[in-house]
Structures are given as C-alpha cells and as structure tokens.
Design a protein around this ligand. Structure first.
Ligand code: GLN
Length: 202
C-alpha cells in the first residue's frame, strides 16, 4: 500500500487544527511548519487562513519566506485558504505595501474584497470536480483576474453584488479558495488537494 502523503500546515497563525482534521479525514498525515527544517520531506503544504499581513511578517521573522518560495516554485503542491490564497497570489490589491508573498499562483487577488457590510457570509457553491460545497467566507479576498494556466473552480452564485466573483482556482498542483472548507466538516476540498498531492507522487 502507498503511504499516506505528508502534508505540512503552516502553523504561525490561523486555524491550523481544523486543517489537520480535514487532512487526516482526507487520507493525509499532517505536521506543523514553524521552522525551515519542518519543510523537509513534505509532499504538500497548506497555508491556512488568518491575517495575511501578519503571516507575511512572521514568515520573514521565522526565515520561512525564501524556503517556501523556492519549494512552491519547484512544484511542491500547495493549498491556500483565504489569507493563504493571498500569500500565493502573484499580485495583491488592497494589501499592505510591505506585505510579502510566497507566489506560485498566477492570479491577482483583492484583499477584504467583499466589503465591510458583508465581510463574513456563507454560500453554497458549485465547485468544479467536487460538487456543491457550503462555503464560509471571513473577510475574504476574491480573485480579480486569472492568468492563462489558471482554472476557475468556483464563483459566487446568486444575483447579489458579488455574484460571479471567482473564489476558487487551481493552477497545476496549486489550489486556492477564498473560503474556509476546514470549518464545515466537509473534507472534499481537502480530499481534492490530497488527490493532487498523490498525483505528483505517482
Ligand atoms: N482578511 C484577511 C487577510 O487579509 C484574510 C481573512 C482570512 O483568512 N479569513 O489576510
């Protein structure tokens, strides 16, 4: 039998335990990344939600930014949720000028895009290759534009002001969602990511 893939969860800030649980349910073994040496021998990595400006600063303080950039550029499968999506984006609108990113995803994202009135909300999305997903958005970004190799996986439904906004994307083995699937007990988005990790190991 093939061993369960080893997926690190960046554990500087944010909802780390919920990702552990979802990864375990999806058939992976998770470990926490706080130091560069914790990146050794990982098959994939999750960048959780939290506050992207804080995570960015902590990545620099803990000397993780450069090793992470290199690993992702070299093809380590990575899944970013919310702040994690912001960290992966090629360009961030409404970010802080000193905010550093990991890169790897050819998209432009807008931070806190849904505005103050509706900064947290829930919606049922049609998620490509997964099906209907109940999505929890918390001061979420959206994807403003995507590059050529990026597949749009989900958009905001309905007729409201945010209808049609892109909230889930994939570029090769880089997956990102504006929302937090780890909070709902539905592990299919993590399952999709673990499948991508397994594909790179095959
Ligand atoms: N608004 C946060 C940021 O800019 C992201 C929120 C989240 O991860 N839930 O980083």
């Amino acid at each position: 039998m093939v061993a369960a893939p080893r997926v690190g969860v960046l554990a500087l800030q944010g909802d780390v335990r919920e990702h552990d649980r979802a990864l375990l349910a999806a058939g992976a073994v998770s470990s926490h990344v706080r130091r560069p040496e914790h990146l050794d021998d990982l098959d994939g990595l999750v960048l959780p939600g939290g506050e992207s400006t804080t995570i960015s600063r902590l990545l620099e303080v803990f000397e993780l930014l450069d090793p992470l950039r290199k690993l992702v550029a070299d093809g380590l499968p990575v899944y970013g949720s919310c702040a994690g999506m912001i960290l992966l984006a090629r360009e961030v609108l409404d970010g802080r000028p000193d905010q550093q990113g990991v890169g790897g995803l050819d998209v432009v994202v807008r931070r806190n895009a849904f505005g103050r009135q509706v900064d947290s909300f829930e919606a049922d999305l049609d998620f490509a290759e997964v099906g209907s997903v109940h999505a929890v958005f918390i001061r979420a970004p959206w994807v403003e534009s995507v590059g050529e190799g990026v597949q749009v996986l989900a958009t905001v439904p309905g007729g409201g002001p945010a209808a049609g906004r892109v909230v889930a994307v994939r570029q090769g083995s880089v997956l990102a969602t504006s929302f937090h699937p780890e909070l709902t007990g539905d592990h299919r988005v993590h399952g999709r990511f673990v499948d991508l990790v397994k594909e790179t190991l095959a």
